[in-house]
Design a protein around this ligand. Structure first.
Ligand SMILES: [Zn+2]
Length: 198
């Protein structure tokens, strides 16, 4: 006796509609293929184990069901998403987000390089401040704004928070550009199925 995955895909997001479509598919399969080890959806019955996990596409949803079902575990429903292609306006907005991110990155780099240059004005620097290691370090060994020993920052709080803000802005802009380029997410639908004994 074998078993194989059989499923139906419903491009809707209404459980009541899916329940009805599924029940009909099961009934239809029982008429056509019988109820005895048919290897198709008629073996699964009407009860559905719902998993609203919004996988990347229909085939990922099918694979999930295949991996998480047992021979007699009945029907499982797994949601998947779909994407609307980006509009021309989305692409233009994405481009300007990337340009702004690049501008912010240049500003961040400039501030960091200036700060390092400022530290290297003297031959030695002492690592100080709260929790700092208090080492006296030759500045030729310093290549960032952080102490090479304890990672305490050599720069002031105001500049640190400015750099943090710039970093957050860069991440936010790049993320927005990425999302716009991918297109808007829509609920693609549900795959219902399971392992059907044959
Ligand atoms: Zn230190």
């Amino acid at each position: 006796m074998g078993a194989s995955l059989d499923s139906r895909t419903f491009p809707v997001n209404d459980k009541e509609t899916i329940k009805e479509l599924w029940a009909n598919a099961v009934t239809e399969s029982r008429y056509e293929d019988g109820t005895y080890y048919s290897g198709v959806v008629g073996m699964l019955g009407n009860k559905i184990d719902w998993r609203d996990i919004k996988l990347a596409d229909e085939s990922a949803a099918r694979s999930y069901i295949e991996e998480h079902s047992d021979k007699w575990s009945g029907a499982m429903a797994v949601s998947f998403i779909a994407r609307k292609p980006p509009t021309a306006a989305d692409k233009i907005t994405a481009d300007s987000c990337r340009q702004l991110a690049t501008k912010a990155e240049l500003e961040r780099q400039k501030l960091v390089l200036e700060a390092i240059k400022g530290i290297k004005v003297n031959d030695f620097v002492t690592c100080k401040g709260e929790g700092a290691c208090k080492s006296r370090i030759a500045t030729k060994f310093i290549h960032s704004t952080l102490c090479p020993f304890c990672r305490a920052s050599f720069i002031g709080f105001r500049l640190q928070s400015k750099l943090t803000k710039l970093n957050e802005e860069i991440i936010r802009l790049n993320k927005k550009a990425q999302e716009l380029s991918e297109g808007a997410e829509t609920l693609g639908g549900w795959v219902v199925g399971g392992i059907c004994p044959s």
